[in-house]
Design a protein around this ligand. Sequence first.
Ligand code: HEM
Length: 72
Amino acid sequence: MFNRKKALLIDSLLIVVFVVMAASGFAVHFAGGKAFAITHSASGVLFIVLVILHIVNHAKMMKQMMKSAKNS
Ligand code: HEM
């Protein structure tokens, strides 16, 4: 079920983790090093987990959208 507080937490984390993931990806490419590679891989996995949680939290809304698209 949709939870506004949970949505705010997940979405805020998505923004922060996206910035870390993108920055560390370019850092791996241009600077290299184990620390950037670990940061990038970990933030990449965390980002995917957060996207799944985001979709789960909006499941009801998505089901309703599918239903209304089907009936239109
Ligand atoms: C905004 C999204 C992302 C950007 C801009 C990005 C960018 C990059 C860049 C530029 C590299 C370096 C490639 C090279 O020149 O060697 C890289 C490597 C890599 N990326 Fe990403 N990436 C993103 C998302 C992800 C995600 C979601 C994952 C995994 C869940 C991931 C996993 C990896 C791994 C494992 C490497 C290799 C690191 C190493 O050399 O040890 N990336 N990424």
